[in-house]
Ligand binder design. Structure first.
Ligand SMILES: [Zn+2]
Length: 266
């Protein structure tokens, strides 16, 4: 699908950032005030920087900001680092996704928790800090976490993100693990999210409807909902098409659901 087609899809966002854009663009690292409005945290993982940057106009058109969790920071090109800096300057958050995408619990069991932090977390944060990215949040590779890894990582990060999986036949909107009442957000360190990968594509035909139902629930019950994907494009199995993402962003904007990044959360 090309960009012209994407921009003409029904349900597309009107041009111009929403009222939340300027507010969210101030993304500093310090703790934020408690939430007063329900919202959605959209997150994207791994190293798809050029595709994330290419989607910036789409986010801007919908007044949306997202959190991009980057891994393999020592192997990024200067262009990719500059892309992450551009995302952050535009009000998106850039979080840490480990240096070598190691599974936290698995590596801890094979070595130790200290070794995990030393080998996969500390060096990634140091490189990101040096690039001015100052991650306040961390997403677990392969959603591999437990209480011990959470406690250790919350010493360094304000928030963590893992994954949650529906049982057979359960819809995303029924997956309580990914919803947090807004008055409970400040007390939560680790948030679970649900995948939006390949929403609307074969095998996931009702994926967009499931996500928009989840957005509706968050608004109705005054909750924060967390969702994740990877690439914004077709290059990887784990991706969402720009047109599918636009339908999701447009729905959130239409119903008046706020977009938060992890940097925005208390
Ligand atoms: Zn990953």
């Amino acid at each position: 699908m090309n960009w012209i087609a994407v921009l003409l899809l029904p349900g597309a966002c009107a041009a111009g950032a929403g009222p939340d854009a300027a507010e969210a663009a101030s993304g500093e690292a310090e703790k934020r005030p408690a939430l007063t409005e329900p919202g959605v945290v959209l997150t994207f993982d791994d190293t798809f920087v050029s595709q994330w940057v290419a989607a910036m106009p789409l986010f801007e058109k919908c007044g949306a900001h997202a959190t991009f969790f980057v891994t393999g920071f020592d192997e990024l090109t200067p262009e990719q680092v500059a892309g992450l800096q551009r995302l952050r300057q535009a009000g998106h958050a850039v979080g840490c996704h480990g240096l070598r995408h190691r599974k936290a619990v698995e590596y801890t069991e094979q070595h130790s928790l200290d070794a995990y932090l030393r080998d996969d977390v500390t060096p990634a944060v140091a490189l990101m800090d040096a690039a001015g990215l100052h991650p306040t949040s961390f997403a677990y590779p392969c959603s591999n976490n437990n209480e011990a890894t959470d406690a250790a990582l919350l010493e360094r990060f304000r928030h963590l993100r893992t994954g949650a999986y529906p049982t057979e036949g359960e819809r995303i909107a029924q997956l309580d693990a990914i919803f947090t009442p807004i008055n409970a957000v400040a007390a939560r360190g680790c948030f679970a999210g649900r995948s939006m990968d390949r929403a609307g594509e074969p095998g996931h035909e009702d994926g967009i409807a499931q996500v928009t139902e989840a957005l509706d629930r968050a608004l109705e019950k005054r909750e924060l909902v967390v969702l994740y994907s990877h690439n914004i494009g077709t290059e990887n199995r784990n991706h969402i098409l720009p047109g599918s993402l636009e339908q999701i962003l447009a729905h959130a904007k239409r119903i008046g659901l706020r977009f938060y990044t992890f940097d925005d959360l208390p």
